[in-house]
Design a protein around this ligand. Structure first.
Ligand code: ES4
Ligand code: ZN
Length: 326
């Protein structure tokens, strides 16, 4: 349709996408074969049919299992390059991509091969496709704060190549308040920060992320709408929310896209962006997320323009560079 074409063509940024969650089934099988690993699935269709989830934890179990196919520097290069190629096709001019090194270093993969693979592919995409990108290092909230601080030390050699630090993993039972010292240390080192909050957890977790961690963005943030004074805080401070509609649908955060909180977020003046989270797992890249949520919530052309502009405004890039996109 007209509106879908408009969405595909408008220049945009993506700010919430996990590299480990970007591996298409065919590539997953190829990586397993290349590394001599046996997967529980033998065909792309069989793997795809496993992508049915009842909750965030149910998804994370499969996601962490899939991480095992990433072993060599070339593996990290190839998945990063494939995603950034897709960005070029989708008019995503800038992408900020998460990777969670703890899934790999715990198995003996070196941080050096992980970083060289990902950063090399980001450089290639800039040169070959004119796609700009930033790397977000994500810590696991189900591990300890000491683990997160050790991760921070391990990435120190690449400080100037890292756009920001994030946090993901099973949310309920692992509140932001568990990581006050870690996020203070990230800030002390000059990093921008973000954290998954309000995806399955309550509004109180989003409030902790803002008031105790002072993060620069919130990933998801859906449950914030349950607390009117928190909505006001997010609006006044203009804290971006990286919303992921198809992720919320597939992890049962919403029962249908028509129930998705995005329209209410925009109506209340919140700084919302639309993102894909883990595209093959949840059934779409950023364009599919925007197209499907636009249709389900009957978003206007102006809403789409707002979302696209917000994606650049919320990016962890220097203000002078941002104006190139706005
Ligand atoms: C997540 Cl660690 C991680 N990866 C992908 N998506 C997520 N959502 C919450 N935590
Ligand atoms: Zn996420």
């Amino acid at each position: 349709t007209d509106r879908a074409q408009f969405i595909r063509h408008i220049p945009k940024a993506e700010l919430h996408m996990h590299l480990e969650g970007s591996i298409e089934p065919q590539m997953m099988l190829g990586l397993a074969k290349r590394n001599g690993l046996d997967l529980r699935w033998q065909t792309a269709d069989a793997l795809r049919s496993a992508y049915e989830f009842s909750s965030l934890q149910d998804f994370l179990n499969l996601y962490f299992e899939g991480c095992k196919v990433l072993v060599q520097q070339q593996d990290f290069h190839d998945i990063t390059r494939a995603y950034l190629h897709r960005c070029a096709t989708d008019n995503v001019l800038h992408a900020e991509i998460f990777i969670g090194p703890q899934s790999f270093t715990e198995r003996g993969v070196t941080i050096e091969s992980l970083m060289a693979g990902v950063l090399g592919a980001m450089d290639d995409a800039r040169r070959e496709d004119d796609v700009s990108s930033g790397l977000l290092i994500s810590a696991h909230r189900h591990r300890t704060q000491a683990d997160a601080l050790a991760l921070l030390d391990s990435i120190a050699p690449w400080q100037d190549r890292i756009a920001g630090i994030g946090m993901g993993g099973p949310e309920v039972g692992n509140p932001p308040s568990k990581f006050i010292d870690f996020f203070a240390e990230c800030k002390r080192r000059g990093f921008k920060t973000t954290i998954h909050a309000g995806e399955e957890g309550p509004a109180a977790y989003v409030r902790e992320a803002v008031e105790l961690l002072n993060v620069d963005r919130i990933d998801h943030g859906n449950s914030a709408l349950d607390d009117p004074s928190l909505v006001e805080l997010l609006r006044v401070r203009a804290i971006p929310l990286t919303v992921c509609p198809l992720s919320n649908l597939r992890l049962k955060g919403v029962s249908s896209l028509a129930q998705h909180p995005l329209r209410e977020m925009l109506q209340k003046g919140l700084f919302a962006t639309v993102n894909s989270d883990d595209p093959p797992y949840f059934g779409g890249y950023v364009n599919e997320n925007m197209i499907e949520v636009q249709r389900s919530l009957d978003l206007t052309r102006d809403d789409i323009v707002t979302l696209a502009k917000n994606s650049f405004r919320a990016a962890f890039i220097d203000e002078p560079e941002k104006t190139r996109y706005l």
